[in-house]
Structure formats: structure tokens, C-alpha cells
Design a protein around this ligand. Structure first.
Ligand code: FMN
Length: 493
């Protein structure tokens, strides 16, 4: 059995043992920010390409002006806000909770964002940390790091024309403090959501974001001076610019607090790539559903979501739904949401997704007009669902979701499953990282599409794993990677 499967199995929630989880020690919560004591910051707020609608105060994205000397910085400032900037605050007795444009399990925000820059007007070449709280860039490393990035990533093409590379790292303790060994799953899913914002919104600003998943972990982490057990790079993305081809402050980033959970270290380090390995093969397309028959197969709408100017505002105004009314949604909405969730699945050579073909999507339909209540498998290639079993499984879903009523009152629950050992056999232990990042990425697309269609949505990271397999009659070799509930939101206020 692979290290990834062992980790996944060891971190399952089980009704028999969930009561043995240690109490949450709120006084021990690490801050969800890194501090940099640097006097020179790049202020990003003045460069935001945002206006406000006079009537309803909605944010309106302004088009970047390629002739302006502020062109690069204004796009970067705007992109970072949409990737994972602060979009709301909630006062507490202590420091406010700063909610961000991507959701995060428990609002713990383990993902850090770094930006490598070269030849960006008015900004010194170097690597910067995105300081979300005050929307600034703090210098981390001075100079042009493209040679190092190229040496450690095997990715000369997208890097060659990019002026910006985004690096997403995990600060493990922020999440493991609360979720212990299972935190690694949520860290990857959270980071997948951040990646989802980057990959979907980047093109609105004229970037062609390309993920760089195959890199020499140790070399990149050492370049960043990460405290190896506390923080590690999960994924990079180059932002080549299709408009202008490019000619080809030493601050310690050490943070305190080590990764306390040994299982997280084990699974993360098992997936590290060394300099000698060749890049993993790109995934195949998913096979058409086996055994699908005309009577049991239902076509879903292929209508694409018409975003017009709404993608940016949807990201900035996004919040996870806390209560559903239990009312119905339509199968057209379901088709449009899942279609957007998987948009680009056929274009994975572009580096959008890492290995999405390995994720199987199952649905527990409670109330969707046009579909009987029951259990289905979704076929993303043909935009259709295969009915597996009729029935109303809201009570089972609620139990699966640790009793969370969201899971009972949603119109549909989307479950992502994957054969972890099979993925590891073809791609190595790294596959586990890809599966979780992709599930988070798809999850973020599902979030955005549902909100655009005026529905509510929330990711669900807490579930009894094996009960999902039982419900769908899936073998335990298939791990449950993520769940998302979609439905009619209870109006707030
Ligand atoms: C990976 C992941 C797992 C989550 N799991 C749950 C969950 O089990 N139950 C829940 O109510 N919300 C869950 N959420 C939603 C978070 O609680 C929410 O994102 C966080 O409180 C921040 O609020 P916001 O999304 O409105 O910005 C999850 C979100 C993510 C990304």
C-alpha cells in the first residue's frame, strides 16, 4: 500500500473513534499571517483596478491599460486580491478574523502566497510575500530568480515568457493545530481553492496562468529559506503574459512552530521530487462511464455560464453558505455548475489541472427539478449523470457529514472519490497532492458557478469516509477526497 493510502486511511473519521479527538485548544491557535520586519513594502492598494457600483457598491473590475507604466503592478495588485486577499472582517475579542476570497477549512488559512517578479515596472526584481492583511508585498529575496526557478522546475517554456511566478506554500501548523493529522488533506484542498481563483481569474487580466507541479521540492524550499518542517512549497504557477514577450533584501523567512503531526511529514516528504526525476506523465482523459444505459443516463445542460463581468465580483463577494432552506434547484443549474467545475478538463495540457481524470464525481441528489432523488455518477466528458440508486439520502448525508445540517438541507451533495493507490502507481506519491489540489480547484469552480446562479454552496472537509463508500457501494480502495453541498441559501440577517 502506498504511503499516501496509508495516510489517507489513518486520517479517516470514524463514528467509533471521532470522540477520541483531542479538545480544540483555542489559546494555541497560530496566527494566520507571516510577519516580515521589512521597512520597504510595495503598497498594492493604490494600484487596484477596482471601482464601485454607485447603486449597490458592487466591485467593478476596470480594464488594465497596457500603455500605462502602472500596467504590471495594477494587474498584480488586482490578481492577488482575487486569489486570496482579504474580502471581509469579523471582529472577535482579540484580532479580527480576516476572511479571504478563497474559502478555508475552519478559516485557518494555511496557504501562503509568494510572488517572484522580474522586469515589473517600478518594483525591484525579487521574491515577495503577499501580506494579505494590509495588501502589500514584503521583500523576501532580492534579485532575478528565474535561473533558479528554471533549474528547479523543468519548466523553461512558461517561465521563459513570464514576469511573474506565484508560489503557494503551506504553513502546516495553522491547520494541524486544530485538525491534527487530517489537516494535510484540508491544507491541500484549501490551496486548491486558492489555485482555482488564480486559474479562473488570471485570464480576466490577460495572463495565461500555467501550473508548475513538477519541481525539486527541497531545492525550492531551500531557496525560500523555509523552516523545513514548518512550511513547504505545494505548487507554483507561471503567469506568462500574452501581450508582451519578455527578455529572457535578504530577509529570513523562518517561522516558529514546527509541524507537530508526524503523519503529515511522512506523506508530504514521500511525495517530494528530486532533481533526477523526469516529469510525471500527463493524465489520460476519463473513460466514459461503464455500464451506462439509456434508461439510467440523464443528460445535463451543457449551457456555459455567461459570466460577462461577474467573475471578479463573484470571487470578491463570495462567502460559504451556512444554512440551506432545503428547497429545490434545477437540473439545468446542476449541469451548468458541474460543467464550469470541470471546464478545462479537456485542456489539461495547458497546465490548468494536475490530474483531474483520476477524480470520480458522485452526487447525492435531494431536490433537483428534472432528476429523481437518488445517487448518481457524473460524467464530465459528456455532461450527463448515471443513476445508481433511487432514494432520498439526506439523512445519510447528514450523518456522513458529522451531523452538519448543511448536508441534510442542501439540494445536492457532490462527492469526489479517487483510487489513490492506482494514481500513485502511475504518477508516484505526488499523485495524492495532485488529487487533493485538483479537488479543491474543482471545488472552487463549483463554488463560483453556484454563487453566480444565486445558489448557496459550501465545501465539507469533515465526513465519515467509509460511510460515503458504503452509500455509493464503492470499494474502500477509493478514497473520499472532498465533498461540496449546493442548494438554496437561507437569507442572512
Ligand atoms: C477544504 C474546506 C473544508 C470545509 N469544510 C467545512 C465543513 O465541514 N463545514 C462547514 O460548515 N464549512 C466548511 N468549510 C467552509 C469554511 O468553514 C469557510 O470557508 C470558512 O469559514 C471561511 O468562510 P468563507 O468561506 O465564507 O470565507 C470548508 C471549506 C474548505 C475550503
Amino acid at each position: 500500500m502506498s504511503t499516501s493510502s496509508e495516510y489517507h486511511n489513518a486520517t479517516k473519521y470514524d463514528p467509533e473513534t471521532i470522540g477520541n479527538m483531542p479538545e480544540v485548544d483555542w489559546s494555541a491557535q497560530p496566527r494566520p499571517f507571516k510577519e516580515f520586519h521589512s521597512k520597504t513594502r510595495v503598497e498594492l492598494r493604490p494600484h487596484l483596478l477596482l471601482a464601485r457600483d454607485e447603486e449597490d457598491d458592487r466591485p467593478i473590475l476596470q480594464q488594465p491599460d497596457p500603455t500605462s507604466p502602472d500596467y504590471e503592478l495594477s494587474r498584480l495588485a488586482t490578481l492577488l486580491l482575487h486569489i486570496n486577499g482579504v474580502t471581509a472582517q469579523q471582529p472577535t475579542h482579540d484580532e479580527p478574523v480576516f476572511f479571504r476570497s478563497a474559502p478555508s477549512a475552519g478559516a485557518l488559512y494555511p496557504t501562503e502566497i509568494y510572488v517572484a517578479l522580474r522586469q515589473v515596472n517600478n518594483v525591484e526584481d525579487g521574491i515577495y510575500n503577499f501580506q494579505v492583511k494590509d495588501h502589500t508585498l514584503a521583500p523576501v529575496l532580492e534579485g532575478d530568480y528565474w535561473r533558479d526557478l528554471q533549474a528547479h522546475t523543468n519548466e523553461p517554456l512558461s517561465l521563459g515568457t513570464a514576469k511573474i511566478v506565484i508560489l503557494l506554500s503551506a504553513v502546516f501548523l495553522r491547520s494541524s493545530w486544530r485538525y491534527h493529522d487530517r489537516a494535510y488533506r484540508r491544507i491541500l484542498l484549501d490551496t486548491g481553492h486558492v489555485l482555482g481563483n488564480l486559474m479562473t481569474f488570471g485570464s480576466e487580466l490577460g495572463y495565461a496562468p500555467t501550473t508548475i507541479s513538477h519541481f525539486n521540492d527541497q531545492a525550492i524550499d531551500e531557496m525560500m529559506f523555509f523552516n523545513k518542517e514548518a512550511e513547504s512549497t505545494l505548487i507554483l504557477a507561471a503567469l506568462p503574459d500574452d501581450t508582451a514577450p519578455v527578455e529572457p533584501l535578504g530577509v529570513s523567512t523562518a517561522i516558529t512552530g514546527n509541524l507537530v503531526e508526524n503523519n503529515i511529514q511522512r506523506v508530504h516528504q514521500a511525495a517530494m521530487i528530486t532533481a533526477q526525476e523526469s516529469p510525471s506523465t500527463r493524465p489520460k482523459m476519463p473513460e466514459p462511464l461503464v455500464g451506462s444505459t439509456a434508461q439510467l443516463t440523464f443528460a445535463l445542460s451543457r449551457r456555459p455560464i455567461s459570466w460577462e463581468d461577474d467573475l471578479g465580483p463573484t470571487i470578491l463577494l463570495r462567502r460559504s453558505t451556512r444554512t440551506f432552506t432545503g428547497a429545490t434547484m434545477t437540473s439545468e443549474q446542476l449541469g451548468m455548475i458541474l460543467g464550469f467545475g470541470y471546464r478545462g478538463i479537456k485542456a489539461d495540457k495547458s497546465g490548468q489541472f494536475l490530474d483531474p481524470a483520476r477524480i470520480a464525481t458522485y452526487l447525492s441528489v435531494h431536490r433537483v427539478e428534472g432528476l429523481d432523488a437518488g445517487l448518481y455518477r457524473y460524467d464530465p466528458c459528456n455532461s450527463r449523470v448515471l443513476l445508481l440508486r433511487r432514494g432520498y439520502f439526506a439523512r445519510e448525508d447528514c450523518e456522513i457529514g458529522l451531523g452538519q445540517e448543511l448536508m441534510r438541507d442542501a439540494s445536492v451533495i457532490v462527492y469526489h472519490l479517487a483510487d489513490i493507490d492506482d494514481a500513485v502507481t502511475s504518477t508516484g506519491e505526488r499523485a495524492y497532492r495532485y488529487l487533493n489540489l485538483d479537488a479543491g480547484h474543482i471545488g472552487q469552480r463549483i463554488n463560483l458557478a453556484a454563487l453566480k446562479l444565486d445558489l448557496g454552496v459550501s465545501g465539507i472537509g469533515g465526513y465519515f469516509d467509509d460511510q460515503v463508500n458504503e452509500l455509493f457501494h464503492r470499494p474502500l480502495t477509493e478514497g473520499v477526497i472532498y465533498a461540496t453541498c449546493i442548494g438554496q441559501p437561507q437569507p442572512q440577517g
